[in-house]
Design a protein around this ligand. Structure first.
Ligand SMILES: Nc1ncnc2c1ncn2[C@@H]1O[C@H](COP(=O)(O)OP(=O)(O)OP(=O)(O)O)[C@@H](O)[C@H]1O
Ligand SMILES: [Mg+2]
Length: 455
């Protein structure tokens, strides 16, 4: 049975579009489709004849009819690597004509170069025994689109690579800032360690002498007990007892031990603070107690600044916060170090924490020199510093801001020149966990017209 006589499952279409243009409706169909820039084709699967419209021919560089008129010509023009995909898509469509047929593939031009095309079609007839009999469709040139897509993909991959490098560089920067900070703080920490180690070592000397005396005393009594002349030997032992001043030792030894234990505790505390501050190996997102981070950072810094600034803690209730603790500690250190450096002789640094409007707030306020309004908007710029060469790199605040941005928070500053400055960290509580893994975004919530405020 001819294809045109087979059962139809689509509204009757005109017979094959005719290249002769004799049939008016055929010409209209073809014209309408080709007006959109697409080529049209009509493939009789029973006799393998394919009609390709003029636009189809033109898209591949052929004069009208030059492409050929059979399925073989079609197959020969498809890039060998794409032929398998074309067959597979056709077969899926023939199994169920409700699944649209669409296949992106490379087709050969008249000049033997390949162009990306999108071939779409629809089975419109089956033979009496149910075999696919006729499929019609369009050819759409997607070469430029494919090329642009490839360029975009390459650019995206380059951006992703760059981002990864930047992230790596940032982690290194945090680490080197931290090392630099620890280096600067080392003097204070060393001094702090020197005092307890000094008195524990003096106490050890005393204890050594006391133990020697007591061992000698025990030996003297032991000798007296086994001596042929016990009275004489006991007298010698008694003389040693008096010389050892045991009554004094009875009072002094517990004090020596208590003092030494206190010294060990102080050393242990300093070591714990250093370890807590550096949070070695904790580069990962996790829930952390920010007060613990603040405490260890303040303690490390306190050794350096205790003669210059009193640190007042006004801690509120804080839930654990989803963050990278070592990075957040770096922010605390940068703000506290700036606060201490802003105080010339003697002042106060107040650290206040709390939760407001679903955000964790940490405020570091100092009674230092303050910041002139004309530079307030530049302090977060990388390498901006008012400190003497060799004293400041100007990276502390820009790095701190970057870290807070990564945590989807905000870092802002207010200042009154001559009176002091306040730096406020805001971390959005509820959003933190799900958004932490996403690329940074800053929600700048500064109120327009806020005097002396900068983020
Ligand atoms: N608490 C503060 N009080 C006054 N000025 C401040 C304060 N914090 C920052 N600044 C100003 O902002 C500038 C930039 O600070 P930032 O921490 O970025 O760099 P820095 O402290 O100069 O150098 P470093 O890289 O060592 O931190 C400082 O040079 C200073 O002028
Ligand atoms: Mg600084």
């Amino acid at each position: 049975m001819a294809a045109s006589e087979s059962p139809r499952f689509f509204p009757p279409l005109p017979p094959r579009w005719s290249a002769t243009g004799a049939d008016a409706p055929d010409a209209c169909w073809q014209l309408a489709l080709e007006c959109g820039g697409d080529g049209v084709w009509d493939w009789n699967l029973l006799d393998s004849k394919v009609f390709c419209g003029p636009r189809f021919n033109a898209l591949l560089g052929y004069d009208d009819g030059g492409f050929g008129d059979d399925a073989d010509a079609f197959v020969k023009h498809v890039h060998p690597d794409d032929l398998g995909r074309l067959r597979q898509r056709l077969s899926v469509h023939f199994d169920n004509e409700c699944t649209p047929f669409s296949c992106d593939l490379r087709m050969r031009n008249v000049d033997y170069s390949y162009r990306w095309m999108q071939v779409r079609g629809q089975l419109v007839e089956r033979s009496a025994d149910g075999e696919p009999a006729r499929i019609i469709g369009t050819l759409h040139d997607i070469n430029q689109w494919r090329h642009d897509e490839a360029v975009l993909k390459e650019q995206l991959a380059a951006t992703v690579r760059l981002n990864q490098q930047l992230e790596g560089a940032q982690v290194q920067l945090v680490q080197s800032e931290k090392l630099a900070a620890i280096g600067q703080l080392a003097a204070g920490v060393a001094h702090e360690l020197k005092t307890p180690i000094g008195f524990v070592s003096t106490n050890f000397g005393t204890l050594e002498r006391n133990v020697d005396d007591m061992l000698a005393l025990i030996a003297a009594y032991h000798e007296a007990a086994s001596s042929p002349d016990p009275a004489n030997a006991l007298q010698a032992a008694e003389a040693r007892y008096v010389a050892a001043d045991i009554d004094f030792l009875r009072e002094d030894l517990p004090a020596l031990f208590a003092e030494s234990r206190d010294g060990f505790d102080r050393v242990q505390r300093i070591v714990r603070d250093l370890k807590d501050f550096s949070r070695v190996g904790e580069q990962d997102w996790q829930f952390a107690d920010l007060h613990r981070g603040l405490d260890s950072t303040i303690n490390i810094l306190r050794y350096e600044i205790k003669h210059k600034a009193d640190v007042v803690l006004e801690y509120g209730e804080l839930p654990e916060v989803w963050c990278v603790p070592s990075m957040i500690n770096q922010v605390f250190l940068n703000l506290l170090a700036n606060a201490a450096q802003a105080i010339e002789k003697k002042g106060t640094i107040t650290v206040a924490t709390g939760v407001e409007d679903g955000k964790v707030l940490i405020r570091v306020t100092d009674t230092g020199c303050g910041i002139q309004p004309d530079i307030l908007d530049r302090i977060f710029t990388p390498f901006f510093t008012t400190k003497a060469a060799g004293k400041g790199t100007g990276l502390g605040l820009s790095l701190a801001q970057e870290i807070i941005r990564k945590h989807r928070g905000r870092l802002s500053a207010t200042s009154v020149p001559g009176q002091g400055s306040t730096f406020t960290i805001e971390l959005p509580l509820s959003e933190l966990q799900p958004l932490a893994a996403q690329p940074d975004a800053t929600s700048d919530t500064s109120k327009p017209g806020d005097p002396g405020t900068n983020t």
